[in-house]
Write a protein that binds this ligand. Structure first.
Ligand code: ADP
Ligand code: AMP
Length: 227
């Protein structure tokens, strides 16, 4: 087997979008792929949680919405992403995790000039019972935003972040009552988004109900096949 190696500065630009329900493994795979490609991972969920932790105006607006599992208004998200992808570290590309989530956001991203032959969209599918199992066991480090799972991906010491030594917490929006809401919302928003990208990008359906490394291997091969 040929070992996967990080790309060099000469490698072509890659713009990657992850679509998929909460718990599909978007963040897990986006982090691995971004490291492999040598481009930043942009997680709008992480950016919003950071804004909440810092007590910024965006954070104050987003907090009550996120707690209920609702979507933060499109205009705020579009402005957030526009500013982020204008940063120099995004010049060679980026991996978007959690954005776009609505057709309006996808149209906003297109207006930023992000659609083109280098845009690849992965739609990660996982059965609902597995999503519920993943979300109920997901734990999160409030300091570095690393994600764990109590059984699938546990930290070295139960309940403690390997990197920061911080106590891990369950996300407010991973509580059972909020999760069903988020899953329903995903189902409502996704059809128009997928229709949008079917015409404008390389859209790949990925079976996410497999071990992390097996899913990653598929993503890597799909990306390499386009070159
Ligand atoms: P998303 O970003 O789509 O909401 P995450 O990447 O945060 O999903 O994954 C949700 C939970 O499932 C996390 O606790 C993670 O450790 C776990 N997980 C991710 N991918 C897999 C996988 N392929 N198999 C089993 N568990 C996984
Ligand atoms: P995530 O970390 O991607 O699961 O996102 C957590 C929460 O942040 C979502 O349930 C929304 O409330 C909010 N959020 C993240 N990304 C977006 C987005 N693109 N549009 C609207 N809300 C978002």
């Amino acid at each position: 087997m040929v070992a996967a190696s990080p790309r060099t500065a000469a490698a072509p630009a890659a713009r990657v979008i992850f679509l998929g329900p909460p718990g599909a493994g978007k963040g897990t795979q986006a982090a691995k792929l971004a490291a492999h490609l040598g481009v930043p991972r942009i997680s709008t969920g992480d950016m919003l949680r950071e804004a909440i932790a810092r007590g910024t105006e965006l954070g104050r607006k987003a907090a009550p919405i996120m707690e209920q599992g609702l979507l933060v208004p499109d205009d705020l998200l579009i402005a957030l992403v526009r500013e982020r992808i204008a940063q120099p570290d995004c010049r060679r590309g980026f991996v978007l995790d959690g954005f776009p989530r609505t057709l309006r956001q996808a149209q906003g991203l297109a207006m930023m000039g992000s659609e083109g032959p280098e845009l690849v969209v992965f739609e990660v599918a996982v059965p609902k019972d597995e999503l519920l199992r993943r979300l109920s066991g997901r734990r999160w480090c409030p300091t570095c935003q690393a994600t764990y799972h109590v059984t699938n991906d546990p930290p070295g010491r139960p309940g403690v972040c390997d990197r920061e030594g911080t106590a891990l917490v369950q996300r407010e929006d991973d509580r059972e009552a909020v999760v069903s809401h988020r899953l329903r919302q995903y189902e409502e928003q996704m059809a128009p988004l997928i229709a949008h990208y079917r015409e404008r990008a390389r859209l790949h359906h990925v079976e996410g109900h497999r071990p992390v490394e097996a899913v990653f291997e598929d993503l890597r091969c799909l990306l390499e096949a386009r070159e």
